[in-house]
Design a protein around this ligand. Structure first.
Ligand SMILES: N[C@@H](CCC(=O)N[C@@H](CS)C(=O)NCC(=O)O)C(=O)O
Length: 202
């Protein structure tokens, strides 16, 4: 059976959601960060970066949350990857944009607010990261004027991967009111049975 390492509340979350979308049975494998289990020799055999998520499917091991999701879609639900080469290109485009451009400022703020004690918080880091967000989110919002999904006419891995990154806005209490298309898109996606199952894991 497929094994997924890490908690649904971590970067593994988007893989739990993808596992629910593909409808395959899986076994969550908790990793105890306090005990440094993610740096243990046994775990480093699975992910040499010492991070979650990682996934094992039979003899096959893969790490990096979005790479895991591309593997799961390819192996079990290829329609999530788009209907033709152009759609597939756009599914990659939005996934890579989300992790490479949108996620870094969100994570900088998240780390400051969640992990750094208030007296040591770097407000300059928070401010600079916050300043990057409106332009990035406007790019996404503009695209979503076209329709309810990022690519083509149906839900794809682009929606799952990008929404999993945008959802960090809620955790850092970044106000999305100005981005109506993003809000409508998130509302639509949150009605998906697989998303509800994933949310129930948290
Ligand atoms: N780019 C990686 C990021 C993974 C990541 O940073 N995971 C965090 C938890 S959310 C982690 O394992 N941190 C432990 C560490 O860096 O030592 C992915 O998306 O899979």
């Amino acid at each position: 059976m497929i094994k997924i390492y890490g908690s649904p509340k971590s970067s593994s979350g988007r893989c739990f959601w993808c596992l629910e979308e593909i409808g395959q049975a899986y076994e969550p494998q908790a990793i105890n960060f306090k005990e440094k289990e993610h740096k243990s020799p046994a775990y480093l055999e699975i992910n040499p970066n010492g991070k979650v998520p990682a996934l094992i499917d039979g003899e096959f091991k893969v790490w990096e949350s979005m790479a895991i999701n591309f593997y799961l879609a390819e192996a079990y639900k290829p329609e999530l990857l788009g209907q033709n080469p152009q759609e597939k290109g756009l599914v990659h485009q939005w996934s890579i944009w989300a992790i490479a451009d949108l996620q870094p400022p969100l994570i900088e703020i998240f780390i400051q607010l969640v992990f750094v004690p208030e007296e040591r918080r770097n407000h300059d880091v928070i401010k600079k990261a916050q300043e990057k967000l409106p332009t990035l989110l406007q790019t996404l919002d503009n695209e979503l004027k076209r329709g309810p999904f990022l690519v083509g006419n149906s839900f794809s891995l682009a929606d799952l991967n990008a929404a999993s990154v945008v959802s960090i806005c809620q955790e850092i209490k970044f106000d999305l009111t100005a981005f109506k298309n993003i809000q409508n898109w998130l509302n639509e996606i949150s009605q998906r049975p697989a998303f509800k199952k994933y949310q129930a894991l948290n």
